[in-house]
Ligand binder design. Sequence first.
Ligand SMILES: O=C(O)c1ccccc1N[C@@H]1O[C@H](COP(=O)(O)O)[C@@H](O)[C@H]1O
Length: 212
Amino acid sequence: MLKICGLTQAPQAIEIAKLGVDAIGFICVPLSPRYIDPFKIQEITEKLAGFPNLLRVGVFANLELETIQKTVDIGQINTIQLHGQESPEFVTTLRTKFPNYTLIKALGVKDQASLDQAKIYAPLVDILLLDAYHPEQLGGTGRAWDWNLLKHFRPGCPWWLAGGLNPDNVVEAIRLTNPDGIDLSSGVELSPGVKNLTKVQALIQTLQPFRP
Ligand SMILES: O=C(O)c1ccccc1N[C@@H]1O[C@H](COP(=O)(O)O)[C@@H](O)[C@H]1O
């Protein structure tokens, strides 16, 4: 699975969907330079009707249930990614509220203890997303991290790799960790929220041997 995250422009979203990605992500975190409001998301998702299998991911961090509900409804999102310090209890509540949505829990990995914590979420979600840990930033750091930590990571549910991936290091990352999916944002970007379509194309070319 390939997800390109941090989109803010409809023409780019259409081009990226045409290139055959599995998921596109919208950052619904107000402090992010990639923030996009629910009505702008709607403007984009309504142009993506020709891609019924595309995961349209809303990325949230430490937001209230009501905000998530509103954004999902207005933005016509079909996948919820929780990228903050959401508790297992909150994730369970969300699962109950959104039984037919794909649910992703992201965690910043610092050490083995982070991975042990990630495993607690495995039975509660559809996908775990393992990202770089940063003391001040929640995500979109562009920082690669010590993927060796993941060599034997088998959480019991599908998991995706994120954090500082780009067309030049993605093959090494996949060979080392063997994830079920990968998620890129700043590694294929011109500026926050504006993707570099040449880099997305290069990425897809590079990933050809690894994709169905
Ligand atoms: O991209 C952001 O600004 C962001 C803000 C808050 C939470 C998550 C965010 N992005 C997520 O970060 C990873 C990958 O980032 P990168 O490739 O290292 O730039 C991805 O999962 C995004 O969804």
